[in-house]
Design a protein. Structure first.
Length: 432
């Protein structure tokens, strides 16, 4: 058997005859010629079937192909700058694999609900393919970034006995005879155990929030990457977050240009994403809101609209640090200079994409952490293992979490997180 040739390999086959397999993206006819656009996942290729060059049967096969029918095509590859992808195939043979009858997603406009109902097919569309390829490249960039810097991948459990990010968004279920268990909201608490064992670790996997909000920025199942570093303070944490985001964006810019073009992304906005990023305190963020005429009370959390007003002042991600501890998680260390503040940082993406990173320096003092657990009405028993990390060789440590789908949406310039993951899960949707 000859090795399978893909559209992405065609530069090696110019002037030669190849057989390609895939699906019909689009077909156009003009008399004695059929132009078939083949897609095989790696790209798109215009295949020309001349009535005069092929048998009647082959020409009829080309005629029978409908949108998304699968087929095999053989012919000579030539350079054709005017065609999609820059190559063209002069077909000599067309074999039908399977005819697709009445493919539901036609080139006409469909409503978004219809498209998500058909997500299993919608992922074949050109823009969706581009988004999913960029997602893949971002995942690789994330892993490369940490792997090159000596971090160890540390996989936390998904079934957990305790909350991490507040009890209001926990997915709860019965776990045999052991009572309630929860789907993880974040791998962080386990990452802290990892950092104290391995120095620098990262977790990367699905996380769950029973978000009752129906916004374009919230999924109930999303992917998060969470680095955690022993001996890092808040400033070190922000330095890492900044370097990390620059690396991801610049990697996509250099390696995913064709996909960004398909998405019609304004890349000049991404080209700005270079260190240093602006760093402002929560107090300064409140000042920006008040100056913009927003009626904002110190002590509240920033809402999506507030985040947009703040990030619109900058052309790159802005790091907002030192939030009021009352709006942040129990594990965050307080600012030694002001006990009302947590050593927290949120990174707000530009262009109104909102918070993409949340992080902090962690409380490393046993008594303070115990006090915080009680204050938050969390069950101490299920946090005993976490408290042990402060009993046995506690050290200053920090980390953050980056939401993958928010990052993909921002970089791709897409409106809603539902297009940034193959099968989105939201409050009103758990299918297909
Ligand atoms: O700010 P969050 O809740 O922080 C944590 O979970 C920390 N434990 C992270 C850490 O310090 N290790 O979530 C982190 C990021 C957010 O900035 C956002 O990008 C994303 O996760 N995120 C969501 N993405 C999609 N849908 C949701 N419902 C999300 N909730 C958070
Ligand atoms: Mg957050």
């Amino acid at each position: 058997m000859r090795p399978q040739v893909y559209i992405s390999d065609l530069s090696k086959h110019v002037g030669k005859s190849v057989t390609l397999k895939g699906w019909l993206y689009h077909r156009r006819s003009s008399g004695k010629v059929k132009f078939l656009i083949l897609r095989d996942g790696t790209g798109y290729l215009q295949c020309v079937v001349f009535k005069g060059n092929v048998s009647t049967e082959v020409f009829e096969n080309a005629e029978k192909l409908t949108q998304e029918s699968s087929f095999e095509i053989t012919g000579a590859v030539k350079l054709e700058p005017r065609a999609v992808g820059g190559y063209e195939l002069d077909a000599v043979d067309v074999k039908i694999i399977s005819i697709s009858s009445e493919y539901p997603i036609t080139p006409k406009e469909h409503g978004i609900e219809f498209l998500i109902d058909h997500r299993h097919l919608w992922v074949r569309s050109k823009k969706q393919v581009a988004v999913l390829k960029i997602r893949h490249r971002i995942v690789k960039a994330i892993r490369d970034f940490f792997d090159m810097r000596g971090f160890v991948l540390f996989d936390p459990p998904i079934i957990t006995p305790n909350a991490c990010e507040g009890t209001s968004t926990l997915f709860e279920f019965d776990y045999f005879d052991l009572g309630k268990a929860y789907l993880t909201q974040s791998g962080q608490l386990y990452a802290e155990a990892g950092a104290l064992a391995l120095g620098k670790v990262y977790t990367f996997g699905p996380t769950f929030r029973a978000e009752k909000s129906k916004t374009r920025r919230h999924l109930t199942e999303f992917w998060m990457v969470e680095p955690e570093m022993a001996f890092y303070d808040l400033d070190d944490n922000m330095d890492l977050a900044e370097e990390f985001l620059e690396y991801i964006v610049q990697t996509v810019l250099t390696e995913m240009r064709p996909e960004l073009e398909i998405l019609e992304r304004d890349v000049t906005k991404l080209e700005n994403i270079k260190r240093p990023f602006p760093r402002i305190s929560y107090d300064e963020a409140v000042q920006i809101l008040l100056e913009s005429g927003i009626d904002f009370e110190w002590g509240n959390d920033l809402g999506g609209g507030d985040e947009t007003i703040i990030s619109d002042k900058f052309d790159r991600p802005v790091m907002v640090h030192r939030y009021p501890s009352q709006v942040k998680a129990f594990y965050m260390k307080r600012d030694p200079k002001n006990d009302k503040l947590a050593l927290a940082v949120d990174v707000l993406a530009p262009e109104g994409y909102g918070e993409i990173i949340g992080g902090s320096q962690r409380e490393d003092d046993l008594d303070k952490l115990l006090h915080r657990i009680k204050e938050h009405n969390l069950p101490q028993e299920s946090f005993e293992w976490y408290l042990d990390l402060r009993r046995y060789g506690s050290v200053p440590h920090s980390g953050f979490g980056l939401g993958l789908e928010r990052t993909v949406s921002w970089i791709c310039g897409i409106e809603h997180l539902r297009e940034a993951i193959p099968f989105p899960r939201m409050i009103y949707r758990n299918t297909p």
